[in-house]
Unconditional design. Structure first.
Length: 180
């Protein structure tokens, strides 16, 4: 089984499920975080939430800076958005659980997030007007059963689902993006 086979794709119900907070940060959580990072890098993603690998707990991994020369991963346990403000920006978002499509999503441009790391330390992440700001919001949405399609109007959602079905029929796999 490849890392890409680990990734849950829509319309799987786990993507619409509210996830449980993690009560104890133990070896099982650390192993899951390592697996999620492996899967995210294999799919050339910049973020992955636990429900996207079938685990209904509040765990997110993010790395918006990785290149062939290095990685800078964040592991967020029980993340909470403390502040989401600033001018709303619309940008094209993709998702490993919706391979082959990109949709326009409006989000606040500034976000502050608190989460525990694997050592149990409370961390604070702040991002504005960049990919990290979008990624934090996108991945935390997943923990609450919200996907990028939930940010669309009814008409946009119908069009996105049609495009998604066409992408799947054409063989799209996690990590594939829409072609212009």
């Amino acid at each position: 089984m490849s890392a890409l086979d680990d990734i849950v794709v829509a319309p799987d119900e786990r993507l619409k499920t509210e996830c449980e907070p993690i009560q104890e940060i133990d070896g099982k959580v650390a192993r899951l975080a390592r697996r999620m990072l492996r899967d995210m890098y294999a799919a050339d993603g910049c973020g992955l939430a636990a429900p996207q690998v079938g685990e209904l707990i509040q765990l997110v991994v993010i790395d918006v800076d990785y290149t062939s020369k290095g990685k800078n991963p964040y592991v967020l346990i029980n993340p909470r958005v403390i502040v989401a403000d600033g001018e709303e920006r619309e940008g094209g978002e993709g998702c490993l659980s919706f391979p082959g499509i990109t949709v326009p999503v409006r989000r606040p441009s500034h976000v502050v997030v608190q989460a525990r790391n694997l050592d149990g330390d409370l961390m604070q992440y702040e991002a504005a007007d960049n990919l990290l700001a979008v990624c934090l919001q996108h991945e935390i949405d997943h923990l609450h059963g919200i996907t990028m399609l939930d940010h669309l109007s009814a008409g946009q959602r119908v069009a996105a689902m049609r495009d998604y079905q066409e992408a799947l029929e054409a063989g799209a796999k996690p990590g594939d993006v829409a072609e212009d």
